[in-house]
Design a protein around this ligand. Sequence first.
Ligand SMILES: [Zn+2]
Length: 123
Amino acid sequence: MASRKTAPTATAPKATRTRKPKAETAPAAVAMSPREKELASRYKHQAIIPGSWAFAGHPDRQGIGSRKATVIVRCKSPDCTHTRIVCTSDLQWQTTAYCVEGGCAKRIHSNHRATKAQKKKLK
Ligand SMILES: [Zn+2]
């Protein structure tokens, strides 16, 4: 006897998430933590956003720096507003100061690799 039971349709109200929407603009009131200050003084070519430091394995930074501490940096291109999440160990590289979304890092990287003759053409 195969009497199929019809599952009662549960009409439980969906719990509405009360997660705050991510703010587009970073609050200016946030002060740099001592750790960020140290990184900023060591890597002057980086524009580290105050309060963006996150420990290794931070839930908001999965995939990027799951095993490393990360910070968010502002793109150094003058006409670019993108940000980039960078592992603190990658801050030493010049290209990490530029965003990936806007293609700035790629552009800088190709400029870096270009020979002297090619650089003359790019200028
Ligand atoms: Zn950019």
